[in-house]
Design a protein around this ligand. Structure first.
Ligand code: KET
Length: 456
């Protein structure tokens, strides 16, 4: 009987039902609870009641993520000309995801060894932490030899940034973070969620399609002393524009003068130039000056370990004692967040970076990936230049580096790329060249020219 009453309640209007439920009140609630406990009620009725008296009705629908949501939209498109240039993920010339050969080799070794799946320590796999810091700073860097770096394995670049943001919130509650304008969209989410205030410094100059270096320095100078300055170690996302080595020195001058703390996000080491060392030189410049700094690292792109969620947060401190204490606090923050990191990706990195043969092979494969991306960049530039009768200079595409090109297309033009041409990309005009093939460049050039000239 009780179940049929509840079922008919399920057919009433939501408002009437809510009213009814309120009236039922605690006593009725208890009755229902008892009823379930007695096991006389079917799961279906339980569902009906639970849904109709939902406590989630005030939860609004979140918009799709500006980057990862693009992949979802791409999947839903049935067109056979569709192209996914949204997320920064490397694809082969056949536009297939790519698992590096060195990764397959490392995994084979791991399987043969029959390693167990026990929890890692909170700070992660020791062999990984060792090689990841060495890869970043250089194995012979005094900061490593003196034990001045706190390295904690975390959930790829994003998780490492988030852990550091939690640390900043706890230990530097007055500090602000400065982000480049524009920057990778998730930076803002990360610091918002960690309750760390941020503001922007000028970075991209649309008039020159280059770096607004003077604006950048001015804004970093004008910020309150002791701010965290988030810098893209290489291959700035989304603009593909990096400071020159001389400019990095000047940025370091201002940061030092203002007692700011540099915070590098290194998500593309090896992907910008094809060389791991060249791409780490910005970070190493700052370290060589004896500065304290943060570096978040990711192996999503350079080792293609996107879904393994492998990366690290490194904090370079003035003294080894500081590093010990900082590390202990990072662990303390990680423990209630996710307890300890996953082991699989950490073992892959430890095997590849720690083995001279595999390390050599990795470098070759990375050059291959960076090289294919560069070839596509060149072809796209040529196609655009040939097709564009206005004589517009598209050479900015060649000057940008890394996975992306920042095309200058505005929101409406980017939407036209998707709606008319089935080219999926972020609405800020960014396209991932790592997801493009030589054979699709011409089609893409047509789409860009149409969107650029026919949509305002
Ligand atoms: N930093 C930057 C600058 C960055 O571009 C990404 C990823 C990350 C950190 C984090 O990656 P992770 O996989 O957490 O190590 N960017 C690409 C993917 C994404 O948005 O998550 C992208 O921009 O397409």
């Amino acid at each position: 009987m009780a179940s049929s009453t509840m079922l008919s309640a399920g057919l009433a209007s939501p408002a009437a039902l809510r009213e009814n439920t309120k009236k039922l009140g605690a006593a009725a609630g208890r009755r229902v609870g008892e009823f379930f406990l007695n096991g006389k009620c079917s799961g279906r009725v339980k569902m009906a009641v639970a849904v109709n008296v939902s406590r989630f009705e005030d939860v609004t629908l979140a918009p799709p993520d500006p980057i990862l949501g693009v992949s979802e939209a791409f999947k839903a498109d049935t067109s056979d000309v569709k192209l996914n240039l949204g997320v920064g993920a490397y694809r082969t010339e056949e536009l297939q995801p790519y698992v590096l050969n060195v990764v397959k080799k490392a995994e084979k070794l791991m399987l043969e060894r029959g390693e167990n799946k026990e929890y890692l320590p909170i700070e992660g796999l020791a062999a990984f932490n060792k090689v990841t810091a060495e890869l970043l700073f250089g194995a012979d860097n005094p900061v490593i030899q003196l034990g001045r770096v706190a390295t904690v394995q975390s959930l790829s670049g994003t998780g490492s940034l988030r852990l550091a943001a939690a640390f900043i919130q706890r230990y530097f509650p007055e500090a602000k973070v400065l982000l480049s304008s524009p920057t990778w969209g998730n930076h803002k989410n990360i610091f918002n969620d960690a309750r760390v205030p941020w503001s922007e410094y000028r970075y991209y100059d649309p008039r020159t399609v280059g770096l607004d270096f003077e604006g950048m320095l001015e804004d970093i100078k004008a910020a309150q002393d002791g701010s965290f300055v988030l810098l893209h170690g290489c291959a700035h996302n989304p603009t593909g524009i990096d400071p020159t080595p001389e400019q990095w020195e000047k940025i370091a001058d201002v940061i030092e003068e203002k007692n700011h703390i540099p915070f590098f996000d290194v998500a593309y080491q090896g992907f910008a130039s094809g060389s791991l060392d060249v791409d780490a030189s910005s970070v190493r410049t700052f370290v060589a000056r004896g500065l304290e700094l943060f570096v978040a690292q990711s192996y999503s792109k350079n080792l293609g370990l996107y879904a393994e969620r492998i990366g690290a947060i490194n904090v370079v401190c003035s003294f080894p004692d500081d590093a010990t204490r900082v590390k202990s606090q990072l662990k303390r923050l990680a423990r209630p967040m996710y307890s300890n990191p996953p082991v699989h990706g950490a073992r892959i990195v430890a095997n590849v970076v720690g083995d001279p043969t595999l390390f050599g092979e990795w470098k070759q494969e990375m050059e291959l990936m960076a090289g294919r991306t560069k070839n596509v960049r060149q072809r796209l530039f040529e196609n655009l230049s040939e097709k564009d009768e206005s004589g517009k200079d598209w050479s900015f595409i060649l000057k940008q580096i890394g996975m992306f090109s920042y095309t200058g297309l505005n929101k409406a033009q980017s939407e036209n790329m998707t709606n008319k041409w089935h080219v999926y990309m972020t609405k800020d005009g960014r396209i991932s060249l790592a997801g493009l093939s030589l054979s699709k460049c011409e089609y893409l050039a047509d789409a860009i020219i149409d969107s650029f000239y026919n949509v305002s």
